[in-house]
Design a protein around this ligand. Structure first.
Ligand code: HSE
Length: 426
């Protein structure tokens, strides 16, 4: 039986879930893997939380140095979140020769080059499956199972909070503000939801996943990002009528001429498997040149699902002697040879408010036509607001900057006002 000592830094939701899995399955891991996984100690300021989980007070440490100098600790699990003090603690653990398992997407996204350097220098493992999409095993899938492919694209719903909010808005016709209040009351959204609703959380994850998928460093700063705070339930209802669901999508593409990485709300056809991913569920839809389409679906957050990813990493670490690191040169910034495409191509949903009189439509389509934008669908909403009506257009695929120019021109012309624009993902 191989004895493996674990230290857990932080006993929040994920730390607590990890502890419960490790202790509850201890006998199972002995039999199944020949591993005796023992929680040797924890770093937690709130002693009451440790006691609530059934952790003996003698196992509660008050500083990282105690853990680093404990010869019984082989693996340090960092589930504190945020950059500091997590970064200092992880570096201290690696420099003390301990392997690290982390769920910290912001830390890994921003500083993996530095953490990995320390891990390599000290011949330690650095594992981060839980940093992206909770219990959904997307990192190891990219690192191992899909290595035979050139990954062409990856489209994901990788933030549960925003998916819950958009699902509720769509199902109940409720406003963003009302759904957010309810989500906070139920504990589904944080008191400060900025990281989720402004797309930062999804952008950290996309930076990590697309670096693995495309074998080159994609820094967070290269990811285009828009959140969902401006979403109006009118557009969710219009999209539904036209056969689309609105989702906060993380999109990564590598078509040979450059890389696109972006997080923004977008309509997706109701027939696409991602459209059926509802509430707080997550999914990643990956297309490889050999495997074709693969979709991974599941819980992107939560004590036990994220704990599952962490314990999977602990077992992997305990059963492998040679550690693998990033399958690309993990530098701080992108390789200068990597080309990022900002003026990407997409179809667009455009909602306009226009006065209901002769000639308005032809002027709108003329403005679009001037920028090479072709319309594939056009609907006039039957609900009037005085002399004004809503026009909803879906365009054929076009360049983002051409849409920006056409929208500006329509707004300046006085013929109609553009009320909303969303990308439409095929
Ligand atoms: N806050 C994240 C979400 C979970 O809502 O999906 C952790 O990344």
């Amino acid at each position: 039986m191989k004895k493996v000592g674990v230290a857990i830094l932080g006993l929040g939701v994920v730390g607590g879930g990890t502890y419960r899995i490790l202790t509850g399955h201890r006998d199972f891991y002995r039999k199944a893997h020949g591993l005796d996984l023992t929680v040797e100690c924890v770093l937690e300021r709130n002693a009451a939380r440790a006691v609530e989980l059934g952790i003996d007070k003698s196992k509660i440490c008050s500083n990282i140095a105690e853990i680093c100098s404990n010869p019984e600790v082989d693996i340090v699990v960092e589930v504190i979140g945020g950059v500091e003090p997590a970064k200092t603690f992880v570096l201290a653990a690696l420099n003390a020769g301990k392997s690290v398992v982390t769920s910290n997407k912001e830390l890994y996204c921003k500083y993996s080059y530095e953490l990995e350097k320390a891990a390599k220098k000290n011949n330690c493992g650095l594992f981060y499956e839980a940093s992206c999409v909770g219990g959904v095993p997307v990192i190891r899938t990219l690192l191992d199972n899909l290595q035979g492919n050139k990954i062409l694209s990856m489209t994901g719903i990788i933030n549960g909070t925003t998916n819950y909010i958009l699902t509720k808005m769509s199902d109940e016709g409720a406003s963003y503000g009302d759904v957010m209040k309810e989500a906070q009351k139920l504990g589904y959204a944080e008191a400060d939801p900025t990281a989720d609703v402004e797309g930062y959380d999804a952008a950290y994850k996309l930076s990590i996943l697309s670096s693995l998928a495309f074998h080159t460093k994609i820094p967070f700063t290269a990811v285009y990002r828009e959140g969902i705070t401006g979403v109006d339930c009118t557009d969710l209802a219009n999209g539904k009528r036209l056969g689309y669901a609105l989702k906060l999508l993380a999109v990564g593409k590598n078509k040979g001429d450059g890389i696109e990485v972006r997080v923004h709300p977008a309509f997706i056809s109701s027939n696409h498997p991602l459209a059926g991913v509802k509430d707080s569920y997550n999914a990643v839809y990956i297309t490889g040149d050999s495997v074709e389409d693969v979709m991974l679906y599941g819980r992107g957050a939560g004590a036990l699902p994220t704990g599952s990813a962490i314990v999977g990493d602990i077992i992997y670490c305990a059963t492998h002697d040679n550690f693998n690191y990033s399958p690309f040169e993990n530098t701080k910034d992108a390789d200068p040879a990597t080309k990022f495409i900002c003026n990407f191509k997409s179809a667009y949903y455009i909602r306009l408010t226009a006065s209901d009189k002769a000639g308005v439509l032809s002027k709108v389509t003329a403005a679009l036509g001037k920028h090479g934008i072709s319309v594939s669908q056009l609907v006039q909403d039957e609900n009037r607001n005085g002399e004004f009506v809503s026009l909803i257009l879906i365009t054929h695929e076009t360049r983002e900057k051409d849409v920006d120019k056409a929208v500006e021109e329509i707004n300046l012309s006085g013929i109609a006002e553009v009320a909303a624009v969303y990308r439409v993902v095929a």
